[in-house]
Design a protein around this ligand. Structure first.
Ligand code: HEC
Length: 106
């Protein structure tokens, strides 16, 4: 049941953001390559281990994307995220937001 919901959400996202990898018909989207850079802090499943790091799983895709852009531009100041977002392209930001938003919140 939960898996179906995720697939449904993923397909909705795929419609909204054509060409973004990660939202295929699987139960979970395939993680974009750069998720490996985020996983140490945010987890591969979007659930952070550290109490000072926010969970990303199930967060709104638009919110996640906007935060990444804000970190990159410096609008939302944060040393680690500024550094991380500098090395992430627009397309990768979309894919990462897409990936984390489609994960189930545990
Ligand atoms: C060194 C640890 C670290 C790494 C690596 C890291 N983050 Fe973060 N991230 C954080 C912390 C800490 C915050 C909270 C920032 C704050 O307090 O404003 C955050 C915040 C965020 C937010 C905003 C969440 C919210 O609820 O507002 C997003 C989105 C995000 N990170 C995405 C990513 C992505 C995508 C990557 C990989 C490219 C990544 N992060 C890599 C530590 C990290």
């Amino acid at each position: 049941m939960a898996g179906r919901t995720v697939a449904f959400v993923a397909s909705l996202l795929a419609v909204g953001m054509a060409g973004v990898p990660g939202a295929d018909a699987q139960q979970r989207p395939r993680p974009p390559v750069t998720v490996e850079a985020c996983a140490p802090c945010h987890g591969i499943d979007g659930i952070a281990k550290d109490v000072e790091v926010p969970h990303l799983a199930g967060q709104n895709v638009v919110y996640l994307y906007n935060q990444l852009k804000a970190f990159k531009s410096g609008k939302r100041p944060h040393k680690e995220m500024r550094y991380m977002s500098r090395h992430v392209s627009e397309a990768e930001m979309e894919a990462l937001a897409d990936y984390y938003a489609a994960l189930p919140r545990e």
